[in-house]
Design a protein around this ligand. Structure first.
Ligand SMILES: [Zn+2]
Length: 136
């Protein structure tokens, strides 16, 4: 894998658009309902927009009506990092790409969604890139 974790802020700024940089590298959040993948049901693999690592599959995406793409599980446990986030006066679990350590969103549990895990990986569309392909 490339050494994405060693890129400087300046290198990230050149690689990403300002909006991508804000969410991926400054842990921003895109407004609800505007992301390009919020309602997408196309089959495929969602990759990290910063480094291209395959993170989520359409088969684990579900409609949580929360305004952002929601997944009940990552493609594999080792594709993401989960870390405690106490910003904004809340305790949440931040989700990052394990390869480039870019911010992706947050994961919430125990909300009662009828999914196999009862987890909701709430991921910003702008952090993802959908590669359309049949998923087993
Ligand atoms: Zn990444």
């Amino acid at each position: 894998m490339d050494k994405f974790t060693q890129l400087s802020d300046e290198q990230w700024r050149q690689k990403l658009s300002p909006a991508e940089y804000y969410v991926l590298r400054q842990a921003g959040t895109e407004p609800p309902g505007v992301g390009e993948y919020t309602e997408t049901t196309t089959e495929g693999i969602y990759k990290c927009r910063a480094c291209g690592t395959e993170l989520f599959r359409s088969t684990e995406k579900f409609d949580a009506h929360c305004g952002w793409p929601a997944f009940f599980s990552p493609l594999a446990e080792d594709r993401i990092i989960e870390r405690k986030d106490e910003s904004l006066g809340m305790v949440r679990t931040e989700v990052l790409c394990a390869n480039c350590e870019s911010h992706l969103g947050h994961v919430f549990e125990g909300e009662g969604f009828p999914t196999p895990t009862d987890l909701r990986y709430c991921i910003n569309s702008i952090c993802l890139e959908l590669e359309e392909s049949p998923v087993e």
